[in-house]
Design a protein around this ligand. Sequence first.
Ligand code: PEP
Length: 250
Amino acid sequence: MGKYVIAGNWKMNKTPAEAVELIEAIKPLVKDATCDVVVGVPFVDLPAALEAVKGSKIGVAAQNCHWEKSGAYTGEISAEMLKAMEVGYVILGHSERRTYFGDTDVTVQKRMRAALDAGLTVILCVGEYLEQREQGITGEIVAMQTKVALGGVSEEELARVIIAYEPVWAIGTGRTATAEQANEVCAQIRDVIAGLYNAEAAKAVTIQYGGSMNAANAAELLAQSDVDGGLIGGASLKPADFATIVAAAK
Ligand code: PEP
């Protein structure tokens, strides 16, 4: 895994056929990428997406996984199942999972354990609600989310964890954090990693910003000292915009 990672989160969009079409459109546009490029697709699109990215540098992510290997968990998908399909990445703790589907810091930690045990690379999402930012507790919130999720994660395993700072108020709203706000919180997360592990691990860890990143604002956000990439929702469904963001990640 390189230091800079641009990952698309397609959310609940695209059928398998549409996923192939989108990947085929993205592929030539990112062939000279100097960062890692990932597309986070719905579960049912995984087989088609894995086939479509063959021969390219694009990695494929699932958008969640369960913590048990198998069992009576109707509607769930395990990390082991993703591993068996040779999926490389999984997004965990996205704010939409936390807000709409009851994910908590503790369940994110359990999913993290299962994903790392299965050999996956995790994109761990953390971020504050607007009320929390207004209360001045953003640092505490993201520190808590990061610390709980990384509970029991070794320094060696941390090499397979990407952290995405995603202020909830900026996701899908068109309201982006300023470059200074994004950098400040990414730096705070890096300090948390230094405290949990050491300075070397903190320097090495990839910390993305996510929240209405687009072709117009990506260069400024990605130029910040502590922003090592982006997790992109809406703009990742537009090949040219996604490619512009990828090109801005140097
Ligand atoms: C996301 O889904 O992680 C995200 C950042 O979405 P958007 O870019 O649409 O705000």
